[in-house]
Design a protein around this ligand. Structure first.
Ligand SMILES: [Zn+2]
Ligand SMILES: [Zn+2]
Length: 189
């Protein structure tokens, strides 16, 4: 799979962002500027100075648009959404090696507002996934009462559940029961 480490990091931020939505967890996990600020710190998003209410609204709006990409039926439809997101962000690709990171590309314009910054970086990460023919790795958790998204980077693309403790346990319980069933039906020698 032709997915770089930078793209993987951006995809991880994308998943974190989408899973903050109230439709996903019942509560808005980015309710105010302070929560957004904490998100920026946690995701190590560079070149962000101070955040305002306006940033918060724009990130909420971007989050809904990015979520739509996960629900598309075809790569063509997903590509159209991503093209729109990236175009609106005013991307200016440039090489940088800030903070002892190796040389990598920033797609956001210098000191872009957080919404544009995320639109450029997360949009381009999605673009790389589509370019690699890996759109099917963008998944929504299969647990019946869970709407969290994740990117399945497993080798055999076999992941079905998100990382949340409940869904992970559900998977383990199901696997345990399956093992018990097969232990009952297949006598051990
Ligand atoms: Zn960087
Ligand atoms: Zn889940």
């Amino acid at each position: 799979m032709l997915i770089t480490h930078d793209t993987e990091c951006a995809l991880s931020s994308l998943v974190e962002l989408l899973n903050t939505a109230p439709e996903v967890c019942g509560t808005e996990l980015l309710p105010d500027v302070a929560a957004l600020d904490a998100f920026v710190v946690r995701q190590e998003i560079s070149e962000i100075d101070s955040l305002t209410e306006e940033d918060l609204h724009r990130v909420h709006d971007l989050r809904s648009r990015l979520r739509e990409v996960f629900g598309t039926e075809s790569t063509a439809a997903a590509a159209e959404l991503v093209n729109g997101i990236v175009a609106a962000a005013g991307t200016t690709p440039r090489l940088t090696n800030h903070d002892h990171h190796g040389w990598h590309i920033h797609y956001f314009a210098p000191h872009a507002a957080l919404g544009d910054h995320l639109a450029a970086e997360l949009g381009m990460a999605l673009a790389f996934i589509f370019m690699a023919g890996e759109r099917e790795r963008l998944r929504t958790c299969e647990a019946p009462d869970c709407a969290r998204v994740f990117v399945d980077l497993s080798r055999n693309r076999s992941r079905r559940y998100c990382d949340s403790r409940t869904c992970g346990n559900r998977l383990h319980v199901a696997a345990y029961r399956a093992r018990q069933r097969s232990a009952e039906t297949v006598p051990t020698i």
